[in-house]
Design a protein around this ligand. Sequence first.
Ligand SMILES: *Cc1c(COP(=O)(O)O)cnc(C)c1O
Length: 424
Amino acid sequence: MNYEKSNSYFKKSLELVPGGVHSPVRSFKGMPQTPVFFEKAKGAYLHSVDGHKYIDFCMSFGPLILGHADPEVEEELHKAISRGWSFGACEPYSLALAEYILSQIPFIQQIRFVNSGTEAVMTALRLCRGFTRKSKIVKFHGCYHGHTDSMLIKAGSGLAGTSEASSLGIPPSVANDTIVLELGDFSGLEECFQKFGRDIAGVIIEPLPANYGLLPQEPAFLQRIRQLTLSNDSLLIFDEVISGFRVGFQGMSGELQITPDLVTYGKILGGGFPVGAVGGRKEIMEYLAPLGNVYQAGTLSANPVAMIAGLTTVKKLTPTFYEELGNHSFRILQILQKYFNEQEWAKEVQLVSAHSLFWITLGSNPIQNVQQIPADLPLVFQRIFLEFLAKGIYLAPNAYEVGFISHAHHQEVIDELEKRLWEK
Ligand SMILES: *Cc1c(COP(=O)(O)O)cnc(C)c1O
């Protein structure tokens, strides 16, 4: 593989852009290799500026459940663009998307569209605090909820129950109102509610944590959070920015039959365009401006082009679609497992998967929280990543990111994957 053009682009980027990237995980940090630059993408493939074609298992970190540049979405986008691309006024396209989603997900009575998952979470947290008139938010170590101040918080190193910022630039006063617990820790959860229940506005969790490896939780843990939030007049926020429309149309809420008070979406909802959303019961959602006193707004919110991309995408997510996607995923995981089993150096590899998400990790024990992740994972992952890259298979460039399979990873691509893996 040749990386000449990529290398020269990255060198220039480093001068113009901090770290050469506009989102940190793209930087190949910790890899003895500069980032590959891509110039186009189609179906399951990314095409690099150096003329190579990669089978993509990063898929823009989640939105592209249909694959890159789906022809139907493309056609609708052409029509949408010919009508103009931002009105800053009411239009029927977001209405159609809202109507479709609410018709398919009965526990959401109202939805508001924003421009990213981060914004969706910010809005959900403000709503949660506005509705309950309480301040503290409980989150879990290893769950990612975007880059808003109050979510970039880790457990403090001092007294139990203290928190500190995990990024510079976040005042201690913000950290004070976020409580961080370990995933799957029932007793920590009970203790937290005993101690702070009166002040807890809400609990936010990825019901299928997929941002620090893939850490499937016991349904009983999520059920216990639901009970405790109910009995303490706190809200439950499911952050389904990854799991929504991915593990099924209704996300984990539908799969587990647990109804959160608020749910956040992003990624798939925009079909590759910047869209996020917060949804929930009407009595809570109506706290949002202009009806209520919880302020939220956006110049480009519900942008008609993004709405059409989202609507066309989610309309394709039928039960048959999920079944086919599940079949592709099953075959791909079988092949990857077989490959790792055959490599002396990769015998320890464990593939954790849920529907069309997978995570390459080590060992044979189930991994449910960050502390259980084997410490030598980054080293083994680095070898896998570089080997795959050399074979024309692109993974997210970080051991703690999950892999994404799309509907475009069909049999032809699966055959090609097999060929590339075993090719000398
Ligand atoms: C990606 C993600 C976010 C942040 O979304 P952005 O669009 O990157 O701001 C929030 N929560 C979860 C669960 C995510 O996976």
